[in-house]
Design a protein around this ligand. Structure first.
Ligand code: FAD
Length: 446
Protein backbone atom coordinates (compact mmCIF):
# COMPACT_ATOMS: atom_id res chain seq x y z
CA UNK A 1 0.00 0.00 0.00
CA UNK A 2 1.30 3.50 -0.86
CA UNK A 3 2.45 5.47 2.20
CA UNK A 4 -0.05 8.27 1.63
CA UNK A 5 -2.84 5.75 1.19
CA UNK A 6 -1.98 3.98 4.44
CA UNK A 7 -1.91 7.30 6.30
CA UNK A 8 -5.36 8.21 4.91
CA UNK A 9 -6.77 4.81 5.89
CA UNK A 10 -5.30 5.07 9.39
CA UNK A 11 -6.73 8.58 9.84
CA UNK A 12 -10.18 7.34 8.77
CA UNK A 13 -10.08 4.44 11.24
CA UNK A 14 -8.95 6.67 14.09
CA UNK A 15 -11.50 9.40 13.29
CA UNK A 16 -14.35 6.89 13.20
CA UNK A 17 -13.40 5.57 16.66
CA UNK A 18 -12.33 8.79 18.45
CA UNK A 19 -14.53 11.26 16.55
CA UNK A 20 -13.59 13.66 13.74
CA UNK A 21 -12.92 16.47 16.26
CA UNK A 22 -10.07 14.45 17.81
CA UNK A 23 -8.10 14.18 14.57
CA UNK A 24 -6.57 17.38 13.15
CA UNK A 25 -5.48 17.29 9.53
CA UNK A 26 -5.67 20.96 8.40
CA UNK A 27 -2.39 22.56 7.36
CA UNK A 28 -2.75 25.25 10.03
CA UNK A 29 -3.28 22.72 12.83
CA UNK A 30 -0.48 20.49 11.65
CA UNK A 31 1.81 23.49 11.44
CA UNK A 32 0.91 24.52 15.02
CA UNK A 33 2.14 21.11 16.21
CA UNK A 34 5.31 21.17 14.12
CA UNK A 35 7.39 23.14 16.67
CA UNK A 36 8.68 22.82 20.18
CA UNK A 37 10.51 25.44 22.25
CA UNK A 38 13.74 24.79 20.34
CA UNK A 39 12.26 26.48 17.24
CA UNK A 40 13.10 23.43 15.10
CA UNK A 41 10.29 22.15 12.89
CA UNK A 42 8.82 18.86 11.56
CA UNK A 43 5.24 18.72 10.29
CA UNK A 44 3.06 15.70 11.24
CA UNK A 45 0.63 13.98 8.83
CA UNK A 46 -2.07 14.39 11.47
CA UNK A 47 -2.51 15.33 15.12
CA UNK A 48 -4.54 12.96 17.29
CA UNK A 49 -6.07 14.19 20.56
CA UNK A 50 -7.11 11.17 22.68
CA UNK A 51 -9.34 11.47 25.77
CA UNK A 52 -8.73 8.08 27.43
CA UNK A 53 -6.09 5.37 27.74
CA UNK A 54 -8.31 3.19 25.51
CA UNK A 55 -8.20 5.90 22.83
CA UNK A 56 -4.40 5.97 23.05
CA UNK A 57 -4.27 2.19 22.83
CA UNK A 58 -6.52 2.22 19.74
CA UNK A 59 -4.38 4.88 18.02
CA UNK A 60 -1.18 2.93 18.72
CA UNK A 61 -2.71 -0.31 17.40
CA UNK A 62 -3.81 1.37 14.16
CA UNK A 63 -0.44 3.10 13.71
CA UNK A 64 1.25 -0.24 14.28
CA UNK A 65 -0.94 -1.98 11.71
CA UNK A 66 0.01 0.58 9.04
CA UNK A 67 3.63 1.10 10.24
CA UNK A 68 3.09 4.81 10.88
CA UNK A 69 5.43 6.61 13.32
CA UNK A 70 3.86 8.13 16.44
CA UNK A 71 5.27 10.98 18.48
CA UNK A 72 3.73 11.64 21.91
CA UNK A 73 3.44 15.30 22.87
CA UNK A 74 2.70 17.15 26.10
CA UNK A 75 2.96 20.94 25.97
CA UNK A 76 5.80 21.04 23.44
CA UNK A 77 8.18 22.88 25.80
CA UNK A 78 11.06 20.53 24.93
CA UNK A 79 14.26 22.34 23.98
CA UNK A 80 15.72 19.36 22.10
CA UNK A 81 13.09 18.50 19.48
CA UNK A 82 11.58 15.67 21.63
CA UNK A 83 7.94 16.03 20.46
CA UNK A 84 8.77 16.76 16.81
CA UNK A 85 7.75 14.04 14.31
CA UNK A 86 11.13 13.97 12.59
CA UNK A 87 10.24 10.73 10.75
CA UNK A 88 6.73 11.93 9.85
CA UNK A 89 3.53 10.23 11.00
CA UNK A 90 1.18 11.21 13.82
CA UNK A 91 1.63 13.48 16.79
CA UNK A 92 -0.42 12.30 19.78
CA UNK A 93 -1.32 15.40 21.82
CA UNK A 94 -2.00 14.32 25.43
CA UNK A 95 -3.31 17.63 26.75
CA UNK A 96 -6.99 16.62 26.79
CA UNK A 97 -6.09 13.96 29.37
CA UNK A 98 -5.49 16.38 32.24
CA UNK A 99 -7.75 15.09 35.02
CA UNK A 100 -7.08 14.22 38.67
CA UNK A 101 -8.05 10.56 39.21
CA UNK A 102 -7.67 10.32 43.00
CA UNK A 103 -5.65 11.78 45.85
CA UNK A 104 -4.45 10.99 49.36
CA UNK A 105 -3.75 14.27 51.09
CA UNK A 106 -2.15 12.72 54.17
CA UNK A 107 0.60 11.06 52.17
CA UNK A 108 0.75 13.71 49.45
CA UNK A 109 -0.11 11.13 46.80
CA UNK A 110 -2.01 12.02 43.68
CA UNK A 111 -2.97 9.97 40.64
CA UNK A 112 -3.31 12.15 37.57
CA UNK A 113 -3.73 11.82 33.85
CA UNK A 114 -0.51 12.39 31.95
CA UNK A 115 -1.58 15.60 30.20
CA UNK A 116 -2.01 17.60 33.43
CA UNK A 117 0.55 20.41 33.75
CA UNK A 118 2.66 21.77 36.60
CA UNK A 119 0.37 24.77 37.25
CA UNK A 120 -2.61 22.44 37.65
CA UNK A 121 -0.62 20.12 39.93
CA UNK A 122 0.23 23.06 42.16
CA UNK A 123 -3.48 23.65 42.83
CA UNK A 124 -4.23 20.13 44.10
CA UNK A 125 -3.03 20.42 47.74
CA UNK A 126 -2.87 23.71 49.66
CA UNK A 127 0.41 22.85 51.41
CA UNK A 128 2.15 20.72 48.79
CA UNK A 129 3.70 21.62 45.44
CA UNK A 130 5.42 20.33 42.33
CA UNK A 131 9.11 21.21 42.63
CA UNK A 132 9.95 20.21 39.04
CA UNK A 133 8.88 23.19 36.96
CA UNK A 134 11.45 23.09 34.19
CA UNK A 135 10.12 25.73 31.80
CA UNK A 136 9.55 28.12 34.72
CA UNK A 137 5.97 28.89 33.67
CA UNK A 138 4.24 25.64 34.70
CA UNK A 139 3.26 24.49 31.19
CA UNK A 140 5.14 21.16 31.13
CA UNK A 141 2.93 18.08 31.50
CA UNK A 142 3.43 15.06 33.73
CA UNK A 143 3.94 12.84 30.64
CA UNK A 144 6.68 15.15 29.33
CA UNK A 145 8.32 15.37 32.75
CA UNK A 146 8.46 11.57 33.09
CA UNK A 147 9.61 11.10 29.50
CA UNK A 148 12.51 13.52 30.05
CA UNK A 149 13.11 12.65 33.72
CA UNK A 150 13.04 16.42 34.02
CA UNK A 151 15.17 18.34 36.43
CA UNK A 152 14.75 21.90 37.69
CA UNK A 153 16.64 24.45 39.81
CA UNK A 154 15.16 22.72 42.90
CA UNK A 155 16.57 19.31 41.90
CA UNK A 156 19.38 19.84 44.42
CA UNK A 157 16.80 19.19 47.15
CA UNK A 158 13.99 17.24 45.47
CA UNK A 159 15.78 15.19 42.80
CA UNK A 160 14.38 14.73 39.31
CA UNK A 161 10.88 13.72 38.16
CA UNK A 162 11.70 10.01 38.60
CA UNK A 163 12.17 10.63 42.34
CA UNK A 164 8.57 11.86 42.68
CA UNK A 165 7.08 9.07 40.56
CA UNK A 166 5.46 6.16 42.41
CA UNK A 167 3.76 4.43 39.49
CA UNK A 168 2.74 4.87 35.88
CA UNK A 169 0.22 3.59 33.36
CA UNK A 170 1.72 3.22 29.91
CA UNK A 171 0.47 2.18 26.48
CA UNK A 172 3.18 -0.01 24.95
CA UNK A 173 4.03 0.18 21.24
CA UNK A 174 1.76 -2.86 20.58
CA UNK A 175 -1.21 -1.02 22.11
CA UNK A 176 -1.24 -2.96 25.40
CA UNK A 177 -2.07 -0.89 28.51
CA UNK A 178 0.25 -1.72 31.44
CA UNK A 179 0.18 -0.46 35.02
CA UNK A 180 3.65 -0.32 36.58
CA UNK A 181 2.90 0.24 40.25
CA UNK A 182 3.28 -1.55 43.59
CA UNK A 183 0.43 -1.63 46.13
CA UNK A 184 2.56 0.36 48.62
CA UNK A 185 5.51 2.74 48.19
CA UNK A 186 7.64 1.52 45.26
CA UNK A 187 10.36 -0.92 46.25
CA UNK A 188 11.61 -2.65 43.10
CA UNK A 189 11.95 0.39 40.86
CA UNK A 190 13.90 -1.15 37.98
CA UNK A 191 11.00 -1.40 35.49
CA UNK A 192 9.62 1.99 36.49
CA UNK A 193 13.08 3.49 36.01
CA UNK A 194 13.39 1.89 32.58
CA UNK A 195 10.42 3.98 31.48
CA UNK A 196 11.55 7.19 33.21
CA UNK A 197 13.60 9.23 30.74
CA UNK A 198 12.62 7.04 27.77
CA UNK A 199 11.65 10.20 25.80
CA UNK A 200 8.50 8.74 24.30
CA UNK A 201 10.41 5.92 22.60
CA UNK A 202 9.05 2.99 24.65
CA UNK A 203 5.40 3.91 25.11
CA UNK A 204 2.87 6.64 25.86
CA UNK A 205 2.20 7.46 29.53
CA UNK A 206 -1.49 7.87 30.19
CA UNK A 207 -1.54 8.38 33.98
CA UNK A 208 0.88 8.54 36.89
CA UNK A 209 0.97 8.26 40.66
CA UNK A 210 3.08 11.06 42.15
CA UNK A 211 4.12 12.11 45.61
CA UNK A 212 4.25 15.87 46.02
CA UNK A 213 6.45 17.32 48.81
CA UNK A 214 5.29 19.90 51.35
CA UNK A 215 5.81 23.56 50.58
CA UNK A 216 8.63 24.94 52.73
CA UNK A 217 7.53 27.44 55.39
CA UNK A 218 9.80 30.22 54.14
CA UNK A 219 11.95 30.96 51.15
CA UNK A 220 14.51 33.61 50.28
CA UNK A 221 16.07 34.04 46.84
CA UNK A 222 19.22 35.95 45.96
CA UNK A 223 20.31 37.47 42.67
CA UNK A 224 24.09 37.81 42.62
CA UNK A 225 26.24 39.61 40.07
CA UNK A 226 29.43 37.70 39.28
CA UNK A 227 32.33 39.02 37.24
CA UNK A 228 33.24 35.70 35.73
CA UNK A 229 32.49 32.00 35.76
CA UNK A 230 35.27 31.27 38.28
CA UNK A 231 33.37 33.32 40.86
CA UNK A 232 30.57 30.73 40.69
CA UNK A 233 33.04 27.97 41.53
CA UNK A 234 34.39 29.84 44.55
CA UNK A 235 30.87 30.66 45.71
CA UNK A 236 29.84 27.01 45.41
CA UNK A 237 32.86 25.92 47.51
CA UNK A 238 32.10 28.48 50.23
CA UNK A 239 28.43 27.46 50.33
CA UNK A 240 29.29 23.77 50.60
CA UNK A 241 31.70 24.46 53.47
CA UNK A 242 29.18 26.63 55.32
CA UNK A 243 26.43 23.98 55.49
CA UNK A 244 23.81 26.42 54.17
CA UNK A 245 20.73 24.46 52.99
CA UNK A 246 20.62 25.74 49.45
CA UNK A 247 17.57 24.41 47.60
CA UNK A 248 18.34 25.98 44.22
CA UNK A 249 21.46 27.44 42.61
CA UNK A 250 21.79 28.47 38.99
CA UNK A 251 24.24 30.60 37.07
CA UNK A 252 23.36 32.28 33.78
CA UNK A 253 26.32 33.04 31.56
CA UNK A 254 26.32 35.54 28.62
CA UNK A 255 22.61 35.80 29.13
CA UNK A 256 22.39 39.42 30.25
CA UNK A 257 24.46 40.55 27.31
CA UNK A 258 22.16 38.82 24.81
CA UNK A 259 18.94 39.88 26.54
CA UNK A 260 19.81 43.40 27.66
CA UNK A 261 22.85 44.17 25.54
CA UNK A 262 25.02 44.81 28.63
CA UNK A 263 25.85 43.69 32.14
CA UNK A 264 28.17 41.37 34.00
CA UNK A 265 29.30 38.13 32.47
CA UNK A 266 27.40 35.87 34.88
CA UNK A 267 24.39 36.17 37.17
CA UNK A 268 23.71 33.63 39.91
CA UNK A 269 20.35 32.82 41.49
CA UNK A 270 20.28 31.01 44.82
CA UNK A 271 17.32 29.97 46.94
CA UNK A 272 17.24 28.84 50.55
CA UNK A 273 14.09 27.46 52.12
CA UNK A 274 12.90 25.93 55.40
CA UNK A 275 11.61 27.01 58.79
CA UNK A 276 11.99 30.62 59.93
CA UNK A 277 14.72 29.56 62.35
CA UNK A 278 16.86 27.84 59.68
CA UNK A 279 16.30 30.59 57.20
CA UNK A 280 17.54 33.28 59.60
CA UNK A 281 20.80 31.41 60.25
CA UNK A 282 21.42 30.54 56.59
CA UNK A 283 20.51 34.03 55.40
CA UNK A 284 23.04 35.67 57.67
CA UNK A 285 25.75 33.11 56.72
CA UNK A 286 25.13 33.59 53.01
CA UNK A 287 25.10 37.37 53.29
CA UNK A 288 28.41 37.28 55.10
CA UNK A 289 29.95 35.06 52.37
CA UNK A 290 28.66 37.39 49.66
CA UNK A 291 29.84 40.45 51.60
CA UNK A 292 33.34 39.00 52.11
CA UNK A 293 33.58 38.27 48.41
CA UNK A 294 32.25 41.70 47.52
CA UNK A 295 29.65 40.29 45.15
CA UNK A 296 26.76 42.75 44.63
CA UNK A 297 23.48 40.99 45.41
CA UNK A 298 19.77 41.52 45.98
CA UNK A 299 17.67 39.27 48.21
CA UNK A 300 13.91 38.72 47.90
CA UNK A 301 11.15 36.70 49.52
CA UNK A 302 8.28 34.46 48.29
CA UNK A 303 6.53 35.87 45.16
CA UNK A 304 9.57 37.77 43.99
CA UNK A 305 11.49 34.50 44.33
CA UNK A 306 8.95 32.87 42.00
CA UNK A 307 9.60 35.58 39.42
CA UNK A 308 13.24 34.58 39.38
CA UNK A 309 12.46 31.05 38.29
CA UNK A 310 9.81 32.26 35.85
CA UNK A 311 12.73 34.17 34.34
CA UNK A 312 13.97 30.82 33.02
CA UNK A 313 11.57 31.25 30.15
CA UNK A 314 13.77 34.13 28.97
CA UNK A 315 16.10 31.47 27.65
CA UNK A 316 13.44 30.63 25.13
CA UNK A 317 12.20 34.20 24.73
CA UNK A 318 15.60 35.56 23.81
CA UNK A 319 15.52 33.26 20.77
CA UNK A 320 12.00 34.43 19.90
CA UNK A 321 12.94 38.13 20.18
CA UNK A 322 16.00 37.59 17.98
CA UNK A 323 13.91 35.44 15.59
CA UNK A 324 16.38 32.63 15.98
CA UNK A 325 16.14 28.98 17.01
CA UNK A 326 18.03 27.17 19.74
CA UNK A 327 20.29 24.15 19.55
CA UNK A 328 20.41 23.03 23.12
CA UNK A 329 22.36 20.35 24.88
CA UNK A 330 22.19 19.38 28.53
CA UNK A 331 25.32 17.95 30.12
CA UNK A 332 26.35 16.70 33.50
CA UNK A 333 29.98 16.82 34.62
CA UNK A 334 31.76 16.72 37.96
CA UNK A 335 31.45 20.16 39.57
CA UNK A 336 35.19 20.85 39.17
CA UNK A 337 34.76 20.54 35.37
CA UNK A 338 31.83 22.93 35.02
CA UNK A 339 34.06 25.90 34.24
CA UNK A 340 35.95 24.02 31.48
CA UNK A 341 32.65 22.89 29.95
CA UNK A 342 31.18 26.41 29.92
CA UNK A 343 34.40 27.87 28.54
CA UNK A 344 34.47 25.23 25.80
CA UNK A 345 30.92 26.20 24.85
CA UNK A 346 32.01 29.87 24.66
CA UNK A 347 35.04 29.03 22.53
CA UNK A 348 32.90 26.87 20.22
CA UNK A 349 30.35 29.67 19.87
CA UNK A 350 32.95 32.27 18.95
CA UNK A 351 34.78 29.91 16.57
CA UNK A 352 31.55 29.06 14.73
CA UNK A 353 30.15 32.61 15.03
CA UNK A 354 27.07 31.61 17.01
CA UNK A 355 25.79 33.43 20.11
CA UNK A 356 25.74 31.09 23.08
CA UNK A 357 24.00 31.17 26.46
CA UNK A 358 24.75 28.69 29.18
CA UNK A 359 22.94 27.97 32.41
CA UNK A 360 24.65 25.86 35.00
CA UNK A 361 23.92 24.43 38.40
CA UNK A 362 27.28 24.36 40.23
CA UNK A 363 26.16 21.90 42.93
CA UNK A 364 24.80 19.32 40.49
CA UNK A 365 27.46 19.89 37.82
CA UNK A 366 24.58 20.35 35.41
CA UNK A 367 25.25 22.55 32.36
CA UNK A 368 22.70 23.59 29.72
CA UNK A 369 24.26 25.11 26.61
CA UNK A 370 22.11 26.89 24.00
CA UNK A 371 23.48 28.06 20.65
CA UNK A 372 21.31 30.56 18.79
CA UNK A 373 21.08 30.20 15.02
CA UNK A 374 18.97 31.11 12.02
CA UNK A 375 16.90 27.99 11.16
CA UNK A 376 16.44 28.97 7.52
CA UNK A 377 20.14 29.49 6.82
CA UNK A 378 21.44 26.01 5.96
CA UNK A 379 25.05 26.89 6.68
CA UNK A 380 24.13 28.23 10.08
CA UNK A 381 22.06 25.12 10.84
CA UNK A 382 25.07 23.00 9.97
CA UNK A 383 27.34 25.15 12.19
CA UNK A 384 24.87 24.89 15.08
CA UNK A 385 24.83 21.09 14.75
CA UNK A 386 28.62 21.06 14.71
CA UNK A 387 28.69 23.29 17.78
CA UNK A 388 26.46 20.92 19.78
CA UNK A 389 28.42 17.90 18.63
CA UNK A 390 31.68 19.57 19.63
CA UNK A 391 30.41 20.44 23.11
CA UNK A 392 29.12 16.88 23.57
CA UNK A 393 32.48 15.38 22.53
CA UNK A 394 34.36 17.74 24.83
CA UNK A 395 32.08 16.96 27.73
CA UNK A 396 32.43 13.21 27.17
CA UNK A 397 36.22 13.54 27.01
CA UNK A 398 36.04 15.31 30.39
CA UNK A 399 33.98 12.42 31.79
CA UNK A 400 30.55 14.00 31.41
CA UNK A 401 27.20 12.62 30.25
CA UNK A 402 24.49 13.99 27.94
CA UNK A 403 20.76 14.51 28.46
CA UNK A 404 20.39 15.11 32.22
CA UNK A 405 17.05 16.82 32.85
CA UNK A 406 16.22 18.02 29.36
CA UNK A 407 16.55 14.71 27.56
CA UNK A 408 18.68 14.09 24.48
CA UNK A 409 15.94 14.41 21.83
CA UNK A 410 17.34 14.62 18.34
CA UNK A 411 20.89 14.84 19.76
CA UNK A 412 20.55 11.16 20.76
CA UNK A 413 22.96 9.48 23.14
CA UNK A 414 24.81 7.02 20.94
CA UNK A 415 28.10 8.90 21.11
CA UNK A 416 27.72 9.39 24.85
CA UNK A 417 27.44 5.76 25.90
CA UNK A 418 29.47 2.62 25.93
CA UNK A 419 28.86 0.47 22.81
CA UNK A 420 27.56 -2.46 24.87
CA UNK A 421 25.11 -0.19 26.67
CA UNK A 422 23.78 1.21 23.40
CA UNK A 423 23.27 -2.29 22.02
CA UNK A 424 21.43 -3.30 25.21
CA UNK A 425 19.19 -0.26 24.77
CA UNK A 426 18.56 -1.23 21.14
CA UNK A 427 17.59 -4.76 22.22
CA UNK A 428 15.08 -3.34 24.72
CA UNK A 429 13.70 -1.02 22.04
CA UNK A 430 13.50 -3.83 19.42
CA UNK A 431 11.71 -6.08 21.91
CA UNK A 432 9.08 -3.53 22.91
CA UNK A 433 8.79 -1.76 19.57
CA UNK A 434 9.93 -4.09 16.75
CA UNK A 435 8.58 -1.75 14.05
CA UNK A 436 10.24 1.32 15.68
CA UNK A 437 7.02 3.33 15.41
CA UNK A 438 7.36 5.04 18.80
CA UNK A 439 9.10 8.43 18.44
CA UNK A 440 11.75 7.27 15.95
CA UNK A 441 14.78 9.52 15.48
CA UNK A 442 15.11 10.29 19.20
CA UNK A 443 17.44 9.05 21.92
CA UNK A 444 18.89 6.09 19.98
CA UNK A 445 19.48 5.27 16.34
CA UNK A 446 18.07 2.23 14.63
C1 FAD B 1 12.77 28.09 29.13
C2 FAD B 1 12.81 26.60 29.25
C3 FAD B 1 13.64 26.03 30.20
C4 FAD B 1 13.68 24.65 30.33
N1 FAD B 1 14.47 24.12 31.29
C5 FAD B 1 14.41 22.80 31.52
C6 FAD B 1 15.11 22.23 32.61
O1 FAD B 1 15.78 22.90 33.37
N2 FAD B 1 14.99 20.91 32.84
C7 FAD B 1 14.24 20.12 32.03
O2 FAD B 1 14.11 18.94 32.30
N3 FAD B 1 13.60 20.62 30.97
C8 FAD B 1 13.66 21.93 30.70
N4 FAD B 1 12.97 22.45 29.65
C9 FAD B 1 12.33 21.53 28.69
C10 FAD B 1 10.93 21.08 29.00
O3 FAD B 1 10.23 22.04 29.74
C11 FAD B 1 10.86 19.76 29.74
O4 FAD B 1 11.62 18.78 29.10
C12 FAD B 1 9.43 19.23 29.95
O5 FAD B 1 9.46 18.09 30.75
C13 FAD B 1 8.69 18.90 28.69
O6 FAD B 1 7.31 18.72 29.02
P1 FAD B 1 6.19 18.84 27.90
O7 FAD B 1 4.92 18.42 28.51
O8 FAD B 1 6.20 20.17 27.27
O9 FAD B 1 6.68 17.73 26.87
P2 FAD B 1 6.95 17.86 25.32
O10 FAD B 1 7.93 18.94 25.08
O11 FAD B 1 5.69 17.92 24.59
O12 FAD B 1 7.64 16.45 25.06
C14 FAD B 1 8.89 16.15 25.63
C15 FAD B 1 9.20 14.68 25.40
O13 FAD B 1 8.29 13.90 26.16
C16 FAD B 1 7.59 12.96 25.33
N5 FAD B 1 6.25 12.88 25.88
C17 FAD B 1 5.40 13.90 26.17
N6 FAD B 1 4.28 13.41 26.73
C18 FAD B 1 4.41 12.06 26.78
C19 FAD B 1 3.60 11.00 27.26
N7 FAD B 1 2.40 11.21 27.79
N8 FAD B 1 4.07 9.73 27.15
C20 FAD B 1 5.29 9.48 26.62
N9 FAD B 1 6.11 10.44 26.17
C21 FAD B 1 5.68 11.72 26.26
C22 FAD B 1 7.67 13.56 23.93
O14 FAD B 1 7.59 12.58 22.93
C23 FAD B 1 9.04 14.21 23.96
O15 FAD B 1 10.04 13.27 23.67
C24 FAD B 1 12.90 23.83 29.49
C25 FAD B 1 12.07 24.41 28.54
C26 FAD B 1 12.01 25.78 28.42
C27 FAD B 1 11.09 26.38 27.40
Amino acid sequence: MEKEESVIKAIEEIASQLGEESVLVDDLDRSAYSYDASGMQAVPSAVIRPSTADDVSFVVEVANKFGIPITPRGSGTSLVGGPLPVSGGFVVDMQKMNGIIDKDEENGLVRVEAGINVRELNEIFPDRFMPINPDGAGFSTVGGLIAEDSASPLSIRYGTMGDLLYGVEVVLPNGEIILVESPGPPSRRSILNLLVGSEGTLGIFTSALLRLPRRPENRIAYKIELTDISDALILQEEIEKSGIGVSAFEVYHNYKELVEGAGTEAVAFIEISGTQECIEIWDSRLKSILGNMEFPFESMTEEKADNIWEGRKNLYEVAKVREEALKVVSLRVYPSLVRDTVQEADRTGSRLKLPVISVHNPLLGWVIVAFLYNPIDEKEVERAERAVSNVISKSISLGGSVGYGLGAGINRITQDMDEGFVSLLSIIKETLDPSWIMNPGKLIER
